[in-house]
Design a protein around this ligand. Sequence first.
Ligand code: C5P
Length: 200
Amino acid sequence: MLDPVRFITNLSTGEMGYSVAREARRKGFQVTLISGPTSLTPPRGVRWVPIVTVKDLEAALKKHFFNHDVLFMSAAVGDFLPVTRSSRKVPRKKTLKVLFRQSPDLVGTLARRKGDRIVIGFSLETNDWLRRSRKKRLKKHLDGIVANHFRPGHNPFGKTRARVALIDSEGARVFRFGSKPALARTLIRWAAGLAGRSKN
Ligand code: C5P
């Protein structure tokens, strides 16, 4: 938030997280859906935890992560936070300087303490998507990462078909899905497979 009525956001719609929550519930799992503001309706039977800021998300993750076996971290967390927030609406002026600082790496911090839980992260890259996503998986201690490539003619946000790479310790596989719910079903099977693998 820059002031009480202005904020920085991105193109994320929540479609991916809501699809994973719905499909996991359908499979009979107990699901907590931590969600920023969206226009989507939470799936039935899912515990819905609304949040707005990175700080809210951090608190909600700390509260709920350790009671679950799997975390799908599809949140498009802001990487930059404004250093100051005005308590009043900033008046119109010729130029406005805003200083940002790096936000805490929420999933990277939690995944260090995950024990035998499975943590799946997401990544979105405009260039060098596979190499950067592989590196991100290792840096953030993730069991798996769902890599998305944003490029001219291919926008992975919202209700759309999905072309992703699923990357785990065995390598990267590129898949095409007709919809986010179809991808979500595969992600749940993948997480179950990773959980089985880590127990062996
Ligand atoms: O935005 P980016 O592609 O770097 O996100 C990679 C993963 O890290 C995602 O799962 C995202 O939810 C998570 N993330 C985070 N804290 C941040 C930025 C990203 O947990 N400050």
